[in-house]
Write a protein that binds this ligand. Structure first.
Ligand SMILES: [Zn+2]
Ligand SMILES: [Zn+2]
Length: 264
């Protein structure tokens, strides 16, 4: 059976500083869930745990938990998670204690566009090394992987401040299939979910296929996937959902390949 996009596991609210839009609130997000037949939605505001040193940008649990208590729909269950960051010293900004408590959260290894200073100039080879090093750090973290999503694996932020809109694709191209197989193989063995968040409308056909190579390898490795709009504003939700549906078709994903962090 074809993969059913009955969830959206990475959505920001106005509590994320890069949203800050009062219309992007739990009630309006729940409405989107109900209108689209979603069973699970996770609010994942940007986050750095107050108890973990090394925060470079984000607010802690006291701030993002202002969403609680979450409204619940007739068909849609809302959950609170967070989008955990990794800093430039490869510290992951969540404590073991909170990780155990949450049902699900996403970890971003590729927010390098907000971590690099304007005056810093590194080449694509450096970013490639960083990408793999940061992924390795996540794989070695010992966090509870069955409740973690690998946020936007092919997001352009992996190219930091490099100026060309396709630099991140060049960097991904420079990673051989065999390396991706090693990393996704381990991602699958550990039980971590892989996020589908690609926006096809941002790419021409051949660039899109270069991006999708990464997910095709993940699928070959037996990885499990979830859909995520990573919406920061209400206007993101519908179009990004359409994009994810296209990608699901292009990859030919089935229900067996779905990441299921929730019991039902
Ligand atoms: Zn992100
Ligand atoms: Zn996000």
């Amino acid at each position: 059976m074809k993969f059913q996009l009955d969830h959206d596991l990475h959505i920001h609210t106005y509590l994320s500083p890069c949203s800050n839009d009062p219309e992007q609130n739990p009630q309006s997000i729940l409405r989107y869930g109900e209108e689209n037949g979603l069973r699970h939605i996770v609010l994942t505001d940007h986050f750095w745990d107050e108890t973990v040193p090394g925060n470079f940008a984000w607010q802690g649990w006291a701030h993002i938990s202002k969403s609680l208590p979450l409204p619940q729909g007739e068909h849609t269950r809302m959950h609170i998670g967070c989008e955990v960051d990794m800093n430039r010293d490869n510290v992951i900004g969540i404590s073991r204690e909170l990780a155990e408590k949450l049902e699900f959260f996403v970890v971003s290894i590729n927010h390098l566009h907000i971590q690099m200073k304007r005056e810093e100039h590194f080449d694509k080879a450096w970013y490639k090394e960083q990408y793999l090093l940061r992924w390795r750090t996540l794989l070695d973290s010992g966090l509870p992987y069955h409740k973690i999503g690998f946020a936007h694996p092919t997001f352009r932020g992996l190219a930091g401040n490099l100026p060309n809109g396709t630099d991140h694709i060049d960097i991904l191209d420079s990673i051989p299939d065999s390396t991706f197989r090693d990393y996704f193989g381990e991602t699958e063995r550990l039980g971590m979910g892989v996020e589908i968040n690609v926006k096809p409308s941002e790419y021409g056909e051949s660039d899109l296929e270069r991006i999708l190579r990464v997910y095709r390898i993940a699928a070959e490795c037996g990885c499990h996937f979830y859909g995520a709009t990573d919406a920061h504003f209400p206007r993101h939700l519908g179009p990004r959902r359409e994009g994810i549906l296209q990608v699901i078709d292009m990859l030919g994903l089935t229900e067996d390949q779905k990441f299921r962090p929730f019991a039902d």
